[in-house]
Design a protein. Structure first.
Length: 275
């Protein structure tokens, strides 16, 4: 793997400052630190490197094939959210070792991922309950509604981002990524039918739609009539939430976010889960 042109070299202190800036800016990044060495190695304990989600690098843990393997492992750690302990022998490339220095190196990988975003469509009672619970769970919360009177900091104190207007306007301001779960709890089938085609174009980790089976079938039929492929609609979780016998707004919010957690954990572990 070639090192990107955006590679920067820094001492450990400046790398730690850069890491803090990346975390504050919600940039996916992994920190690789050499924690132990034996015999001859390219970098000693304490050497650090930052690997960003977009492939940019800062610092080095030794270069060459070994560093390429660290970069690949870092991308995997950012996908899974798990730390890794890497041990490399630098003896015999013919047997698969990533170097010939004659030593051994241990590297600790720590991913620093931005919080998962819960993107709520609809600022009614259920939407507000979902935002409140999602905030308590540590998620970044975004809520959109075309009714301006429904969106205010007083009305939604736990929302990190308030987006007023249509779904087109909301998506122009808030990028939906693989680190986003979308929860449609709108007031009408028209809003659902207008929103879903746009959301299906995003890589959202989860898309769930609240409503009765009859309401969903009406939306589904309209979407298919407008050219949406049935296979695409399999991404939609409907009915939304895990069956808990929920009755109160708070219980409904628990049901919905429990399903979001279940789906995202299954995706991270490589399982194929469809509620």
């Amino acid at each position: 793997m070639e090192r990107a042109s955006s590679v920067k070299t820094h001492d450990s202190h400046s790398l730690v400052n850069e890491l803090a800036e990346a975390v504050a800016g919600s940039k996916p990044v992994a920190l690789a630190t050499v924690i132990a060495t034996k015999r001859s190695v390219p970098r000693r304990a304490g050497a650090k490197m930052l690997i960003y989600g977009d492939g940019a690098l800062s610092g080095t843990v030794g270069g060459g094939t070994m560093e390429s393997r660290v970069i690949e492992a870092a991308q995997e750690s950012m996908r899974s959210g798990n730390t890794q302990m890497l041990t490399y022998s630098l003896l015999e490339p013919s047997r698969g070792d990533p170097g010939v220095c004659g030593g051994e190196v241990q590297i600790y990988l720590e991913p620093y991922m931005p919080p998962h975003t819960i993107f709520v469509v609809g600022a009614g009672h259920v939407g507000r309950a979902v935002v409140d619970l999602a905030h308590w769970l540590g998620y970044r919360t975004v809520i959109t509604d075309d009714r301006e009177d429904m969106l205010s900091e007083d009305h939604l104190p736990d929302a990190d981002v308030l987006l007023r207007g249509s779904m087109v306007e909301a998506l122009a301001k808030e990028k939906v990524t693989e680190n986003t779960s979308v929860i449609l709890v709108s007031r009408s089938t028209d809003i659902d039918a207008d929103s879903i085609p746009l959301l299906l174009e995003t890589p959202a980790a989860y898309i769930g739609v609240m409503g009765s089976r009859r309401r969903w079938m009406a939306v589904r039929d309209e979407l298919i009539a407008n050219g949406i492929n049935e296979m695409e609609l399999e991404r939609i979780h409907q009915p939304i939430g895990i069956e808990l016998g929920a009755e109160t707004l708070e219980e409904i919010a628990v049901s919905i976010l429990a399903q979001v957690i279940q789906v995202n954990r299954a995706t991270t572990s490589g399982e194929d889960h469809q509620a």
